[in-house]
Each structure stands twice: as C-alpha cells, then as structure tokens.
Design a protein around this ligand. Structure first.
Ligand SMILES: [Zn+2]
Ligand SMILES: [Zn+2]
Length: 182
C-alpha cells in the first residue's frame, strides 16, 4: 500500500477515487465530497494511464487493455476510457494495444446481440490475447469475433452483421470466431 493518492484524483476535491464493485462507476472517498456514480471512463484521460503497445502492463496479474480505465490499482473492466475510445474510432486504433490497425488489411471486432460491441477493432494477435485472458470473452457464447475490413465500418457495421446473418442461414449456427473467408 502506498500513502499517495491513487491516480486519477477526484476532479472536484482532488481526494482519492474508488471504483465501485460493478467496475463501471467511481466515487470519492472524501465523505464531504459529492463526487459519486461517475463512469470511470469519463474520469480518466489519456495522461497517467498505461501506454500503448505490447505486452500490456499487469494489474493484479491480469493484462490491462489500452482502452480500459485504471483507477489507482483497480481496472474498470466494464468501462471504456472515453478519450481513448474517441481516438480509437477516429484513427482506427486497436482497443487492446492502442496501436494503429492500418498495418494489417483486416481487423477483428466483437459482436454481441447483432451489434458490434463498443470499443473498436483489434489486431488478430490482440483479439487472441484478449480472448485468452478474459474469461467473459472466452466463455460467453453471445460474443462472436468477426474479421472485418476498414470499409465495413461505414453504415454502422451493417455489412458485418449481414455477413454473420448470412453465415448463420447457411450453417445454422455461428462459431465464436468468424474469419472473412468462410
Ligand atoms: Zn472528491
Ligand atoms: Zn492491437
């Protein structure tokens, strides 16, 4: 334990912030401060968060994706760093490592309930790392990882959803990983 205030500090009083058990929202430990119930992704910025690149830094033994907000020594697993989320969308960056996706002709996205999950694309290697490390991604049958081209992003990824639906009609089911050429 360190006696310094965990980063980031409370935007209202500069006191220590704590992540709620839901790993989405934070509150201020200063009892006279009313900062509470704020999404962790809105509190962190780019500064002071783990840098881009591989390998990812470990917190409590688990690799931390670039887009996951870090509050002190806790990871907000269910939140997305809002600043990094916007730059991932704008610049087509990998949500896991933070590096550009343009280096490969295709990337991968997570699809759940006929929608591409928020957070952006992944390098193939990063998708495999994320699945290996995250039990939710590995065991939840709702998550399908689909290989995509950058132009599939147009029209809200409808091209990807249509491809998965066509695959399902042909094969009666969709595997957890769907490459472009199946
Ligand atoms: Zn506060
Ligand atoms: Zn990556």
């Amino acid at each position: 334990m360190s006696s310094t205030i965990p980063f980031p500090p409370c935007p209202d009083c500069e006191g220590p912030l704590k992540l709620r058990f839901d790993t989405t929202y934070v509150y201020c430990l200063n009892t006279t401060c009313e900062f509470d119930g704020i999404n962790a992704g809105e509190v962190v910025g780019d500064h002071g968060q783990p840098d881009r690149g591989l390998p990812r830094p470990l917190i409590k033994g688990r690799p931390v994706p670039w887009i996951a907000p870090v509050i002190g020594d806790q990871v907000a697993w269910k939140a997305l760093n809002a600043v990094r989320f916007r730059s991932a969308e704008r610049h087509w960056l990998c949500q896991y490592c933070g590096d550009a996706l343009d280096s490969a002709p295709t990337a991968w996205v997570a699809v759940a309930q006929d929608e591409v999950a928020a957070g952006g694309g992944l390098h193939q290697n990063c998708m495999e790392l994320a699945r290996a490390e995250c039990p939710a991604l590995r065991h939840d049958p709702c998550f399908v990882f689909a290989e995509v081209r950058p132009e599939d992003r147009a029209h809200d990824w409808s091209a990807v959803i249509e491809r998965l639906m066509a695959y399902e009609q042909l094969h009666d089911q969709v595997p957890n990983i769907v490459p472009l050429l199946v």
